[in-house]
Each structure stands twice: as C-alpha cells, then as structure tokens.
Design a protein around this ligand. Structure first.
Ligand SMILES: [Ca+2]
Ligand SMILES: [Ca+2]
Ligand SMILES: [Ca+2]
Length: 138
C-alpha cells in the first residue's frame, strides 16, 4: 500500500517535471533569420546608400547600394520570438547633427517569407524592397 502510494507520487512528480520542461522548451523556441535581401530601385544619396536592416533591434549591415543593386546577405541571426520587426535604415554615421535615416519597417507575424517596401519622396527620396525568411529554431 505504502509502496503504491509512493509510486503514484513519483509518477505524478515525474509527469509534473515533464510538463515544466515541455513548457520551458516551447517558450525557448526562437526564430532563425536567413536570406536577408535588399533591392535598390532608386538610391537616395549621390554616391551610395549605406543600408542596414534591423531584426527586433539586431543590426545586419547590407553594404552600399546604388540604382539596381540586389544583395542577399550570407549571414544569419537568431531572435527571441515572433513577431519579428524588420526595419530598413540608411547609415549616416549616426552623428548628433545627422542621425541614421529610418526608412520604415514591418512586423512579420509568422514563419516563412516576409517582405516589405520603402518608397519616399522629397529629401529622403528612394525606392527599396527588402525581405528575409523566418524559420523555427530552438
Ligand atoms: Ca542619409
Ligand atoms: Ca549615408
Ligand atoms: Ca541622416
């Protein structure tokens, strides 16, 4: 009788632990960002635009862009969870008198291909598209 009770308690305790571990694994699921791509239809600056993307605030340099340039980064990075906010920026050295230019962003809500465009007129005149693939990872 005593052994059976103890056995049940141990089974219950083991199941409880398995549930806790299962929950911890699920909450630690992360997002792999790969294939980050930028296409420049129309550049902003006279020489070249220095483009970088941000994924949930993590910066990925994409290099210099002139009209027609298309570049896919070989780099990957991992962010904590969905949604993943992708932003496109143009680097100006981030001086106090000339900050980096934020050109927009989009919140990717699900795994798979995520794409957006940034088109502006006036002082920040430019036309770009940018994308990345988001995959489940642990
Ligand atoms: Ca600029
Ligand atoms: Ca610049
Ligand atoms: Ca600027």
């Amino acid at each position: 009788m005593l052994r059976t009770k103890l056995g049940r308690r141990m089974v219950a305790a083991t199941l409880g632990l398995a549930c806790i571990l299962g929950a911890a694994t699920a909450s630690q699921a992360r997002v792999l960002v790969s294939g980050a791509r930028v296409h420049c239809t129309y550049q902003n600056e006279t020489g070249a635009d220095e483009i970088f993307l941000k994924f949930n605030g993590v910066r990925l340099n994409m290099g210099n862009f002139t009209n027609g340039k298309d570049y896919t980064s070989p780099s990957t990075l991992i962010v904590s969870s969905l949604p993943v906010n992708i932003e496109i920026w143009e680097d100006d050295g981030n001086h106090w008198y000339d900050g980096d230019d934020w050109w927009g962003g989009t919140a990717c809500q699900s795994f798979g291909f995520c794409h957006d465009e940034s088109i502006d007129g006036g002082f920040q005149n430019h036309s770009y598209s940018y994308s990345a693939t988001l995959s489940f990872t642990q």
